[in-house]
Design a binder for this molecule. Structure first.
Ligand SMILES: [Zn+2]
Ligand SMILES: [Zn+2]
Length: 377
């Protein structure tokens, strides 16, 4: 038995619909009709509910089949075995609703296109219960724009193998919704530094050098909203970090209607594991902020730091990425572009540090402790 697939068809001509980032609408390439995500959602609600129910039932019957003491019929036995094998390989089976071909996908695949008929398909059963994202950030950058940027990027690289510049290869760039966790949290930081300020004045034949010592303390809280960490094992973390930031104000409540025409994955790194990365980013950013306020001294050495982060809200969102990955001479080449802003990775500097919304610091040089006077003869 295979899980259920949905493809969104044009209500006018039954052609396949795809989500178009430029217009923000679902587009039929056959008759040219356009629909909003809301319109298509309404039309397909029953079908989606049914698909969700099917996957819940399938999970329940698989559990029942696996339970000891249950009298299984032969058919059920065969199903249990088949699904066990597929799951063991980390795969899932689907039937394409357009051409009937059987598709074997990764267990995390949530949207794809049929390799036989090319129709975009969505696996709504992948999103039931806990796996349902809170938000989706629709694509804005079109495939044409991604291809143009990719060409331009490759153009400057003289050492790049010719195959990379081949038109057909560049066309393989794929739009993908990548699962992300977005963490809100507050960092409490309390740090102390020992600092010095050295000054020298000449008095006649003598050079008098004065060193003032200070105990400097900085304490404050830094509030972070939506520190992103991708929830996909397949995606290199640094790569996903470097195409930030996303503008989260454009996020929509989750709907599969934004997915036709793109690939999509569900998470396989849970929020607890991903939070560890977010925590490192949050606490490091807060420490650097504290450090940056201790200025105007001859020397600064940290003597004590107490930094902890309190986790607040967590959201699960699918974010748009254009990807092209290839192997050449045993080396991996990867291109990734933010599907909302068009920012992509290459040899560009990584911009960081927009994570805090609010910052308060107490600047309190405690005391000038002493002065030492040295005489030079
Ligand atoms: Zn149509
Ligand atoms: Zn097909």
């Amino acid at each position: 038995m295979s899980s259920q697939l949905t493809n969104y068809q044009c209500p006018a001509c039954t052609g396949p619909l795809r989500y178009d980032g430029e217009s923000g609408m679902l587009q039929c390439d056959y008759c040219g009709s356009r629909y909003t995500a809301e319109e298509i959602e309404k039309l397909y609600q029953d079908k989606l509910d049914q698909a969700e129910q099917t996957s819940v039932d399938a999970a329940a019957s698989a559990a029942a089949a696996a339970a000891p003491g249950t009298d299984n019929g032969d058919a059920e036995q065969a199903y249990a075995e088949e699904s066990w094998n597929a799951e063991q390989e980390g795969m899932k089976l689907y039937n394409c609703p357009s051409c009937g071909a059987q598709l074997i996908c990764d267990a995390t695949t949530a949207a794809t296109s049929c390799p036989y008929c090319g129709n975009p398909t969505v696996m709504p059963g992948q999103f039931h219960g806990m796996l349902k994202p809170d938000y989706i950030l629709p694509f804005r950058v079109t495939k044409e724009q991604a291809v143009a940027a990719l060409k331009k990027y490759y153009h400057g690289k003289r050492l790049l193998p010719k195959t990379f510049l081949a038109q057909n290869h560049i066309q393989e760039v794929k739009g993908m919704y990548v699962p992300f966790w977005l963490f809100d949290g507050t960092v409490y930081a309390d740090m102390e530094y020992r600092t010095t300020r050295v000054s020298a004045i000449r008095q006649g034949d003598e050079m008098i050098t004065t060193t003032d010592f200070f105990d400097v303390r900085r304490a404050g809280t830094v509030h972070f909203t939506r520190i992103p960490a991708d929830g996909s094992k397949k995606m290199p973390d640094e790569l996903m970090d470097s195409i930030e930031p996303y503008d989260y104000s454009e996020m929509k409540p989750f709907s599969t209607a934004y997915m036709p025409g793109y690939l999509a994955d569900i998470y396989d790194v849970d929020d607890r594991e991903s939070y560890e990365r977010a925590k490192v980013r949050g606490t490091h950013t807060a420490e650097h902020l504290m450090d940056s306020t201790v200025s105007g001294y001859s020397s600064v050495s940290p003597v004590r730091k107490q930094v902890r982060m309190k986790r607040e809200r967590t959201a699960y969102a699918l974010l748009p990425v254009w990807m092209l990955s290839t192997q050449w001479n045993g080396e991996n080449f990867i291109f990734a572009m933010n599907g909302q802003t068009g920012k992509f990775i290459g040899d560009l500097p990584v911009s960081r540090g927009r994570y805090f919304a609010w910052f308060a610091g107490i600047a309190a040089p405690l005391a000038a402790v002493m002065a030492i006077v040295l005489y030079f003869l």
